[in-house]
Write a protein that binds this ligand. Structure first.
Ligand code: MN
Ligand code: MN
Length: 473
């Protein structure tokens, strides 16, 4: 069971390709910090490679045949893409799945308030976060504000070099004696994760206020100042927060990490690392034997709920439309297609961390640089909530990967009974298809900045290409 380090297996040309691929990936991370931003980028990339919008093909009265490429978007947050294969769809598709939402802080619907001379935006955290990691770091504000008239204001403040950033305060160490006695889960409470967005009262900008009434804007003057800026620059008023989706994320770009530049340190790699590598594999494969499918979903971090989460019928509906345009639809054919499909449900895996060695089973953990990861099962407390992939399916995948010399490793999330987690795998498995959890190992998962190995990122894409071309049960 000895495994090579993936880096050792590369020649000079491959090493160059690893770096080039990492650059592309980092660029994707920089531009896609929310699920909406990711969908925008992905649609552009798909269209460049000849993918057409499913809805448009349908409205034109078009049809689909082998080699044709289409995509469908759900509410700007989830996307499914298909490339029709040579074989009938009923014989099954090869599906690459991943999610494009990441842990973050969401701005509440009535968020703006003033306290002690600061203007704040109140937030509710999204997904699993160690709250104490989010204080005192530069934060950016991304998202949309949709006005009553239906117009959308898109925001991304805090990324350009001369943009302002936001932050959450923490108590100075000198006065933190009591705070430091608290449990880590209580050191910073959820309601304390409000971001500071201003400190300057509106009157400072108003030295030449004409009359008394203007000068008396004293109450909540800092908040009033923020509201004035929102109105001037973005044309929005306070009530517009009601129909906004604003996400607070770590500000700044993805960086190479290590003196040897072997790693990538960045926000949102769970699970955009699998989304990007799956997308690139999908774009690389042409004229597949089995229909290729790319499925990038939202809301995984909060249980795959809602219209844009994996539990929604969006994917099934899109597939029904695709089959209809390919002249292959019937209710029975749809069921058969789903049941005969193979899926790699890709999500990040916890990498072995020597500083916390006792949390892992060294034989059954992913190593940074160990290649693409297979998790036969995930879940917690006796595999609960897990999709436990079929042995026969794993055997087929081993064979496909061996033929293409893909470096892979097998892993569990951590030691038995220490915690656990789930992915979208179990939802697709409900159709009776073969699904396995796979993906890329990440160090300090769900932290504001997560680390991956460039070699693993490269290997994941290679693995996904091999899967789309060669998997068949
Ligand atoms: Mn994930
Ligand atoms: Mn996650």
């Amino acid at each position: 069971m000895e495994k090579k380090n993936t880096w050792e297996t590369y020649n000079k040309t491959q090493l160059k390709a690893v770096d080039a691929f990492a650059k592309e990936y980092m660029d994707f991370l920089n531009k896609g910090k929310t699920e909406r931003e990711c969908v925008d980028i992905i649609v552009n990339m798909l269209e460049k490679e000849g993918y057409r919008e499913l809805e448009a093909v349908r409205k034109e009265g078009g049809s689909l045949t082998a080699g044709d490429k289409v995509y469908a978007v759900c509410m700007n947050k989830a996307i499914a893409a298909f490339q029709i294969g040579k074989k009938p769809m009923e014989e099954g598709m090869n599906i690459l799945g991943a999610h494009i939402d990441s842990p973050r802080l969401d701005v509440k619907q009535n968020p703006l308030y003033e306290e002690g001379g600061f203007a704040y935006l109140d937030t509710h955290y999204y997904g699993g976060v160690k709250k104490y990691q989010w204080v005192t770091i530069p934060l950016a504000l991304h998202g949309v504000i949709v006005k009553k008239d239906g117009t959308t204001v898109e925001l991304a403040i805090g990324e350009a070099e001369d943009d302002p950033v936001f932050f959450i305060s923490d108590l100075l160490i000198h006065l933190a004696q009591e705070q430091l006695e608290k449990k880590a889960s209580k050191v910073i409470e959820g309601e304390a994760l409000d971001i500071i967005i201003g400190n300057k009262p509106i009157l400072i900008d108003q030295k030449d206020a004409k009359d008394k009434e203007e000068k008396s804007l004293g109450k909540d003057a800092v908040k009033q100042g923020i509201l004035r800026i929102l109105e001037e620059y973005y044309g929005v008023e306070e009530e517009d927060f009601i129909s906004a989706e604003l996400e607070v994320v770590p500000a700044g770009k993805a960086r190479e990490a290590g003196l040897d530049r072997s790693m990538i340190l960045a926000y949102g790699q769970d699970d955009r690392v699998c989304a990007f590598t799956s997308l690139k594999a999908m774009l690389e494969v042409n004229a597949p034997v089995r229909t290729s499918c790319l499925l990038l979903t939202d809301k995984e971090e909060i249980g795959s709920v809602g219209a844009t989460g994996m539990r929604s019928r969006f994917f099934e509906n899109a597939l029904a439309e695709v089959m209809n345009l390919a002249g292959e639809y019937s209710e029975l054919a749809l069921r058969r297609t789903l049941a005969a499909s193979c899926m790699l449900s890709s999500d990040v895996s916890s990498a072995y961390d020597p500083s916390y060695a006792s949390s892992f089973d060294k034989k059954n953990v992913a190593y940074l640089g160990g290649g693409i990861v297979f998790n036969k099962f995930t879940g917690s407390r006796g595999k609960s909530g897990s999709n436990d992939a079929n042995a026969e399916y794993l055997a087929m995948l081993r064979d496909v990967f061996a033929k293409e010399k893909i470096n892979f490793q097998t892993a569990e999330l951590g030691k038995v009974d220490l915690g656990g987690g789930g992915t979208i795998a179990y939802i697709l498995a409900l159709y009776g298809m073969n699904v396995i959890d796979s993906g890329v190992a990440v160090l300090n998962m769900h932290a504001p900045h997560e680390a991956t190995s460039k070699a693993d990122v490269f290997e994941a894409k290679r693995g996904y290409v091999a899967f789309l071309k060669g998997a068949e049960m």
